[in-house]
Ligand binder design. Sequence first.
Ligand SMILES: Cc1cc2nc3c(=O)[nH]c(=O)nc-3n(C[C@H](O)[C@H](O)[C@H](O)COP(=O)(O)OP(=O)(O)OC[C@H]3O[C@@H](n4cnc5c(N)ncnc54)[C@H](O)[C@@H]3O)c2cc1C
Ligand code: FES
Length: 279
Amino acid sequence: MYKILFKKTLAQSIHLMRIEAPQIARKRKAGQFVILRLHDRGERVPLTMTTSDAKEGSISIVFQEVGKTSMELAKMKQGDSILDVAGPLGNPTHIEKIGTVVCIGGGLGVAPVYPIAVAMKEAGNKVISIIGARTKDLLIMEKEMRAASDELLVSTDDGSYGFFGFVSQVLQGLIDKKTPINQVVTIGPVPMMKAVCEVARPHNISTMVSLNPIMVDGTGMCGVCRVTIGGQMKFGCVDGPEFDGFKVDFAELSKRLRSYIEQEKISLDKFKCTQCAAM
Ligand SMILES: Cc1cc2nc3c(=O)[nH]c(=O)nc-3n(C[C@H](O)[C@H](O)[C@H](O)COP(=O)(O)OP(=O)(O)OC[C@H]3O[C@@H](n4cnc5c(N)ncnc54)[C@H](O)[C@@H]3O)c2cc1C
Ligand code: FES
């Protein structure tokens, strides 16, 4: 059992949790994830580790309520325990000193891009971060991203805070100002990562994306996390989750993410019914 040591709501439906997991905390590197199973009837959900503390023996996750399991997790409190936490899974981010790295997080994607910004800075890079959200109230981890970056730029889709527009437009602005950029790292909704790649591609700026295909085992056994990279089939869990963004088939990824939409709706409706009945 894995105890929840701390829980905080960062924005509407977005929560941070610190979980006791000493063995994982000792090994975790930026870019890696865990798979949680809340109880013996629970499904397996992958979540990126935002930070870890080897001394305390804890890992932190930031998650958004999107369906049954994430809503069930959001109902858990400090002191409750999660049945299984498997990890660290996936390849760590390739970190090296290459010059200027632009780290771009959209929506919930700010949380997984944060440890990468920290690691890139520690490796001696200049880190320019761009974070965005639909509106000001949904923007998360601004303080942390500012501390991890040499420069932080913020955008909101509705103009309620920072630049009025998308993170991809902020990147375009940096390129237009002839800012030297050696690497872009971007995490967020699929259309956002695709848009960032399309801005960087004409300038041949290497762009790494972290993909979120549906996963079950997370160890290369089930094949459900198949993605197409440069025309070749790869497994998101063991070959990724990070890939060269210019080679990703984003249309296929979007389609596969919607594969179980009917079943997810039924599962969520059933969960909501049990919650109402319990009240
Ligand atoms: C490597 C990786 C890292 C991730 N990191 C984070 C994170 O740090 N924070 C966060 O909020 N979310 C993260 N996700 C997405 C998260 O796993 C899904 O939001 C979660 O599984 C949804 O489960 P649900 O039961 O609440 O929703 P459901 O109603 O079951 O599904 C809602 C949507 O979530 C996606 N999803 C559902 N099941 C899975 C699954 N087993 N694996 C992947 N996606 C699924 C699908 O797109 C689906 O349409 C990550 C996904 C991957 C693959
Ligand atoms: S999640 Fe099963 S092979 Fe990747």
